[in-house]
Structure formats: structure tokens, C-alpha cells
Design a protein around this ligand. Structure first.
Ligand SMILES: NC(=O)C1=CN([C@@H]2O[C@H](COP(=O)(O)OP(=O)(O)OC[C@H]3O[C@@H](n4cnc5c(N)ncnc54)[C@H](OP(=O)(O)O)[C@@H]3O)[C@@H](O)[C@H]2O)C=CC1
Ligand SMILES: O=C(O)C1=N[C@H](C(=O)O)C[C@H](O)C1
Length: 264
């Protein structure tokens, strides 16, 4: 039986790619495409909005159709609504929206007591693999004589609303955990003085239509290692999210991440 999937934020940049890839995947069935009522494309056919032709699925706010999983790529308020929908439908939730406030995060954790939730700031295989590599680097360099300076650069399209990216923050958390770092700073200006080793600095670049890239620098005295991961388009995130929906549907309640989905 195909996994029945609903998409929240279906008219957005990511929502459109989920519709486009989802309608070609025989192992799943798109059953609902949600947007809020005031959206300029509300009521239109989601396939036409996504540029793949009419699918007979309209951008709606409510449905009586049952679904096994809901995927959310929207905004914090939309994510909040998706959690409520998932719990009410007893469906799995794939949470991809970033820039969430603490109250939204608490709501997701609470939902994981009653439904399966896959929650990750990046659904990309190569990003999640790079996170593993950074954990290895952090562990290996944590006590290196002279210290290793960690700087995280991220580059995204001009329309992105949250900074730094959720992915950059996750890279920082994972590395900080391995290296025992507690100070996180965002950019530098003025005369901050010599750089202490026990800090991670984030730099967010916004330019053009970049679908997302991250560079993690470990700077030593005399040598440097940099790990870069770059999306060529959004399909790496969309296909990861569809895979996560199939993974989570029917699983027992709990919080899962993309390592669980990808077997990393
Ligand atoms: N985890 C991952 O792998 C990835 C995560 N993301 C994250 O996903 C999110 C969406 O990104 P992107 O698609 O580029 O953004 P878009 O702004 O293109 O899409 C978001 C969509 O959600 C709509 N929306 C706004 N409010 C609601 C609501 N209450 N309910 C339902 N839909 C709503 C928006 O409408 P309107 O335009 O009118 O506001 C828009 O159509 C971001 O947080 C981004 O960081 C992105 C890529 C990968
Ligand atoms: O907004 C985006 O585009 C992206 N957002 C996610 C993030 O904030 O980490 C993931 C990806 O980098 C694309």
C-alpha cells in the first residue's frame, strides 16, 4: 500500500518540489496539499502551482482524507499548525521548518510522545553525512596543541527569512558537544580582540538563488581543514523528506532524525 502523504506549505519553494517529486513516486500517494486561506494561490491545483500539470489536488486548509504522514516546510506558525494536524490525524510528522521559537520546539517534543516525528534542519543525505564527518573532526581536534578555531559559513538565497540556517546551528551544536565549547557568536565587527579557541562563529551570506551551502572550518596553527557541502537544487531536501515520511509512517511514537532515516 502506498504511504498517504500530506504536505504543509505546499505552494512554497520546497512545497512545490515535494509535490513534483511526490506525484512521481509510486510508493506514496499525495492526499492533501495545505496552505493558509489567505495565500494568493489558495484553492489552485497544487500540481499546476508546482509546474507539473493538474493533479486534482487543491491548495486547501482542511481535509477529511486520512493520511499516514504530514511533511512541513513552511514558517514557524505553519509548523505549529502542522504539529496540531499530525496529532489530530494520528499521523507521522516530518518537521523541516527552521527558525522555530522555543515554544514551537517544545510542542514538537510533546507531540513525539504520541506520534512518530522526524525532525531535522536538513533532509539532505550529504549534509547529514558531513555532520558525521564534523563530529569525527571535532573529537580528533578537541585537545590539539595550539587549539582549533571553528568557523561556520553558510550561503543561502536572498528570500531566506531565518539566519543563521538551522543546519549551521546544528553543525555548531554537534561540534560544540564534541569539543566542549559553550560560546557561540554571530559575525564580528569593531575590535573584538584576539580570537579565543573556545568559541564557534557563524557567518550567514544571503545572495541570489543559492539553494544552500555550508562550509565548516577547523583552523589550526600551520594547517586548516574545511568541509563544504553544497546543494545544486532543492531536490536533495525534498527527496529526503519524502523518504522520511515513508520511514516514519506506522513507526512507534518518538523523535527520529535523518540518521535514523538514512541509516547513517
Ligand atoms: N529541513 C530541510 O531540509 C529544509 C528546510 N527548509 C526550511 O523550510 C522552510 C520553508 O522553506 P521554503 O520552501 O524555501 O519557504 P517558502 O517561503 O518558499 O515556503 C513556505 C510556504 O509556507 C507558506 N505558509 C505561510 N504560513 C503558513 C501557514 N500558517 N500554514 C501553511 N503554510 C504557510 C508560505 O506562504 P507565504 O509565501 O504566503 O508566506 C509558503 O507558501 C524554511 O524554514 C526553510 O529554512 C528549507 C529547505 C530544506
Ligand atoms: O531556507 C532554505 O533554503 C534552507 N533552509 C534549511 C536551513 O535553514 O538549514 C536547510 C537548507 O540549507 C535550505
Amino acid at each position: 500500500m502506498p504511504t498517504k502523504v500530506a504536505i504543509n506549505g505546499a505552494a512554497g519553494r520546497m512545497g512545490q518540489r515535494l509535490v513534483a517529486l511526490g506525484c512521481q513516486d509510486e510508493s506514496l500517494e499525495l492526499v492533501a496539499c495545505f496552505e493558509y486561506t489567505g495565500h494568493p494561490k489558495f484553492g489552485k491545483d497544487a500540481g499546476e502551482v508546482a509546474g507539473v500539470g493538474e493533479l486534482g489536488l487543491h491548495l486547501i486548509e482542511k481535509t477529511d482524507e486520512p493520511y499516514d504522514a504530514i511533511i512541513d516546510f513552511s514558517v514557524p506558525e505553519g509548523a505549529h499548525a502542522a504539529v496540531e494536524r499530525a496529532v489530530a490525524a494520528k499521523a507521522a510528522l516530518v518537521m523541516a521548518t527552521t527558525g522555530l521559537e522555543d515554544e514551537h520546539k517544545a510542542k514538537i517534543r510533546e507531540a513525539a510522545n504520541v506520534i512518530p516525528v522526524v525532525w531535522a534542519p536538513s533532509m539532505s543525505t550529504t549534509v547529514n553525512l558531513t555532520m558525521k564527518l564534523c563530529e569525527i573532526a571535532g573529537e580528533a581536534l578537541k585537545d590539539i596543541p595550539g587549539g582549533a578555531d571553528v568557523e561556520i559559513l553558510e550561503r543561502h538565497h536572498r528570500f531566506k527569512e531565518d539566519s543563521p540556517s538551522g543546519t549551521a546551528l546544528r553543525f555548531g551544536e554537534l561540534i560544540a558537544d564534541k569539543m566542549g565549547i559553550t560560546r557561540h557568536i554571530h559575525g564580528r565587527e569593531g575590535r573584538p580582540g584576539a580570537r579565543p579557541h573556545d568559541e564557534i562563529a557563524y557567518h550567514a551570506i544571503r545572495t541570489g538563488d543559492n539553494p544552500g551551502e555550508h562550509t565548516i572550518i577547523f583552523g589550526l596553527l600551520g594547517e586548516t581543514i574545511e568541509l563544504t557541502v553544497r546543494a545544486s537544487n532543492r531536490d536533495c531536501y525534498a527527496s529526503g523528506a519524502l523518504q522520511a515520511a515513508k520511514f516514519a509512517a506506522g513507526k512507534k511514537p518518538g523523535l527520529y532524525n535523518m540518521n535514523d532515516v538514512l541509516g547513517l
